[in-house]
Design a protein around this ligand. Structure first.
Ligand SMILES: C[S@@+](CC[C@H](N)C(=O)[O-])C[C@H]1O[C@@H](n2cnc3c(N)ncnc32)[C@H](O)[C@@H]1O
Length: 171
């Protein structure tokens, strides 16, 4: 899914509020688009080199931290919304993926939305990640995983090769 088409699809109709968290920006392609409308934004990337690359794409006030989405260095309720794009399958186990979902839920304000997307399994996708971490997320069970960590109003939509999701922290 091309980013230019993907971002509007994933974020369609969502109010990201005034302090946005992005987990796993990689080299910052989405960050470089999002920061134009959301200057109060923090991105957390586990790979130090990619965090530096991502920081180069954004304006001064956007913070890009080297950090781990499974153990976020923020207090409860710090963010108005959170996003992640094509990163969950890079988290090396379902247990750690769920820990990341739990952490995102914790740092969201009540009413805050977590939205994102990831790739679906295909042979090409498998080949592409032959020497890379790849724990593919099954979109069919993903809504329940979001609910299990506390998200409500959960929605998961599939298209060829990708899915999007969203859920809201209610309290
Ligand atoms: C495929 S890239 C996605 C890049 C970007 N989101 C995009 O859509 O262009 C996945 C990124 O997630 C990062 N990542 C993996 N596990 C992470 C974690 N636990 N916390 C933060 N970032 C993580 C990887 O280092 C990688 O840069």
């Amino acid at each position: 899914m091309a980013l230019e088409n993907g971002l509007p699809w994933v974020l369609d109709g969502i109010d990201l509020g005034d302090l946005l968290l992005e987990v796993g920006p990689g080299p910052g392609l989405a960050t470089g688009i999002l920061h134009r409308d959301h200057p109060r934004m923090v991105s957390v990337e586990i790979d130090g080199d990619l965090a530096i690359e991502s920081k180069r794409r954004v304006r001064e006030e956007v913070r890009v931290l080297r950090g781990d989405g499974t153990c976020l260095p923020f207090c409860e309720g710090a963010f108005s919304a959170a996003v992640c794009f094509t990163m969950l399958h890079h988290v090396p186990s379902q247990r750690l993926q769920d820990q990341l979902l739990r952490e995102v839920h914790r740092v969201l304000q009540p009413g805050g939305v977590f939205a994102g997307s990831d790739s679906r399994w295909s042979r090409l996708f498998g080949l592409f990640h032959m020497f890379d971490t790849m724990v593919v997320v099954d979109p069919d069970g993903f809504g329940e995983r979001l609910e299990n960590v506390g998200f409500a109003d959960v929605q998961v939509d599939k298209i060829d090769g990708a899915f999007r999701f969203r859920g809201t922290r209610v309290q």
